[in-house]
Design a protein around this ligand. Sequence first.
Ligand SMILES: [Mg+2]
Length: 199
Amino acid sequence: MKFGFDIDDTLLNLREHAFRVYNVKLNRQVGIEVFQALKTIPIHDAFGLSAEEGKELWNLHRDEIYYSAPPFDQAVEVLQELDRQGHEIYYVTARTAVHCARTKDALVIAGFPVHEERFYCGMADAEKVHILRKLDLDYYFDDKPAVLETLSELDMRVYAKDNPYNTHLDLPRIVNWSELLEIANNSWQGLSDDSMTIE
Ligand SMILES: [Mg+2]
């Protein structure tokens, strides 16, 4: 099977990491519960910053945040296992072109199974749908409503990586990556039973 993954806030815990970095940079101690209550992708509200100030802070520390954000629990282990089982793993990230090579290297260093020809980077959110259509994936995982909302016409199983800002989407969701092994196993069974209709 072919599995596709967004990176930021799907495989990497980017926002929460950015929240921790901002606390350090701003010499603040905003509690994690403030972060957890945020319903927006941007996190500047937690620090009482305007959108413009938030953007400035993000631009200032983006590189540090990108390349030090940790994977979500079990993400590396589960993708390694899928790779061992012979599944194809694709990465599809809207990080800008200047970050593509470093991002791929960082995934490898973190332990993710990366094949050179299965790493797609540098497209706009709205362009992801076109790339995903060409890849002809069986499964795709993303966190962002602006992306997820464009994928309903594709013949592919789309999951939301559960985040407070996407709970309104009527999609199956992944809370912990350990759930994915069961999904993959069920889909193998579905194939061997010649039943393609399991959901
Ligand atoms: Mg994302």
